[in-house]
Design a protein around this ligand. Structure first.
Ligand SMILES: Cc1ncc(COP(=O)(O)O)c(C=O)c1O
Length: 482
């Protein structure tokens, strides 16, 4: 297995106009995100691209055009695959808001045409706010995943929300979740979620529901739930949900792992003609490193082919396809910039570049899961590089990058005067897991955030959300500050 490539792995400077991926490029020693010179956000005296001032680091950059692009691209890929294969079902792109629930991200995903996938009671409030603001039109589906047993505030909120947004589909993942919707007497389209069986279990003789997972219904319970729904006068079984895992890095593995669920869909469709959406959930991977490869076109083709085969075999119509894209939608729009404050050469294996923030609290997946993200300098790309390690400002031995046990080398410029670096592809889950506006490890205040968008003619527009002050941090912790 090749190691994840997270940086420029050479001592030589980066060639001018070198393209690291589809949005990061070196121009004259500075890193650009599409057309945006990231260094001018932080260092005065550079050509200003419309902000009128500089910001101090650490700085979070939220690049909204990327979110729009991701929604549009995948919808286009599925539309083309459907045309090429004569697939008559539609593709529904839902945004899984748990990946990043910031208002501007949800707004842009919806504006780009996404349906909304939610997971908790507070999410119902967000969806209703979007609906009131005209950002969630009537035709958009709201898919309600997550546990919602009888008596839960989530189940109650969904019943209330149905009065406001009719196109709401609770996805039930336990028999006990049926009661609140049946008893409400309100007409509901519903979905049923098959127990997650994990993409590594396919191809074995193991029954699909033998995996160790708390999500979804066993095949037996799912069949039972479908019959209960068919007998309930107010419920209509519309959607079959089968999420098999997260970040599945091979399109072939992904689709062959879905095969048992696809067959089950087709068999269930024979008994329940109201079913017409096959929802594969999340799991679509996104580029978090520089050597990531996943062929989305091939994935769409393989998935539709598999559905055509199974539905043909069981003689049922092909379903609409739904994907609940969280990571795919938001990974690449998030950037976190830091300044290298000092270099510490203390006889460790590699020089320590100490940055002005925390890796640990900004990107919890690094220390919790050993996850990799792209790290590149924002300036000095035209200078020699050396292999280094990064240290965060907290006192924690895990506040480092690359993660412990990683085989990926990290190279940064030898020149560290006014050196800024960026962590890229950090837009999914990191902020939600690390918490927004809390008080964090060693009380490091949260960074300022810069929301970047482009207007109709492509010019950049900027909106700044101030970071935390020391008083904000202290107030959270109960100190009497004004
Ligand atoms: C039910 C459901 N749908 C969608 C997602 C989003 O997954 P991803 O971020 O891999 O797209 C998740 C993630 O946990 C999930 O649990």
């Amino acid at each position: 297995m090749p190691h994840p490539v997270i940086s420029w792995e050479h001592e030589a400077p980066v060639p001018n106009d070198y393209q690291f991926n589809d949005f990061l490029c070196n121009h004259d020693g500075r890193l650009y995100y599409e057309d945006l010179d990231l260094t001018q956000l932080l260092i005065a005296g550079r050509k200003d691209q419309g902000m009128g001032h500089t910001l101090s680091s650490p700085l979070e950059v939220v690049y909204l055009p990327k979110v729009r692009q991701k929604v549009t691209q995948l919808r286009g890929i599925f539309a083309e695959a459907a045309q090429a294969l004569g697939y008559t079902g539609q593709f529904h792109y839902a945004y899984a808001s748990k990946a990043n629930t910031a208002e501007e991200v949800v707004q842009v995903a919806l504006e780009a045409g996404a349906h909304y996938e939610m997971s908790s009671q507070v999410d119902t409030v967000i969806a209703q706010m979007m609906q009131a603001a005209g950002q969630l039109p009537e035709g958009r589906m709201v898919i309600a995943n997550g546990f919602k047993p009888a008596g839960s505030s989530y189940a109650r909120s969904l019943v209330r929300m149905k009065q406001v947004h009719d196109n709401l589909i609770p996805v039930l993942e336990d028999l006990v979740e049926l009661a609140p919707f049946i008893e409400s007497g309100v007409p509901f389209d519903v979905g049923l979620r098959l127990k997650c069986y994990g993409h590594r279990n396919h191809g074995t003789k193991t029954p699909v529901d033998a995996g160790n997972s708390r999500f979804g219904l066993t095949v037996e319970d799912l069949t039972k739930a479908a019959d209960i729904i068919a007998a309930a006068p107010t419920l209509n079984l519309k959607l079959f949900h089968a999420m098999i895992g997260s970040q599945i890095a091979s399109e072939h593995e992904f689709v062959s792992a879905l095969k048992p669920a696809i067959d089950l869909y087709a068999r269930l469709r024979q008994r329940h003609s109201t079913l017409h959406i096959f929802d594969f959930g999340g799991g679509v991977p996104a580029p978090m490193t520089l050597n990531f490869h996943f062929d989305y076109v091939e994935f769409a083709h393989l998935l539709m082919t598999s559905l055509l085969e199974s539905c043909g075999h069981y003689n049922v119509p092909v379903p609409d396809i739904m994907g609940e894209m969280g990571r795919y939608t938001t990974t690449e729009h998030g950037v976190h910039c830091f300044k290298v404050l000092m270099v510490k050469n203390n006889g460790s294996t590699l020089p320590w570049y100490i940055i002005d923030g925390s890796i640990m609290t900004s990107f919890p997946d690094v220390w919790a899961l050993g996850e990799h993200f792209i790290v590149l300098p924002l300036n000095h790309l035209d200078r020699p590089f050396q292999r280094v390690q990064l240290g965060g400002l907290t006192c924690d031995s895990d506040d480092i990058y690359p993660p412990k046990m990683s085989l990926s080398p990290l190279y940064l410029p030898v020149e560290t005067k006014d050196l800024y670096i960026g962590f890229f592809s950090v837009g999914a889950y990191q902020e939600m897991l690390g918490g927004v506006r809390g008080s964090k490890h060693c009380m490091l205040p949260e960074a300022c955030e810069l929301v970047v968008d482009r207007n109709g003619s492509g010019a950049y527009q900027f909106h700044t959300i101030p970071g935390q002050t020391a008083n904000d941090v202290l107030r959270n912790l109960g100190y009497p500050v004004s």
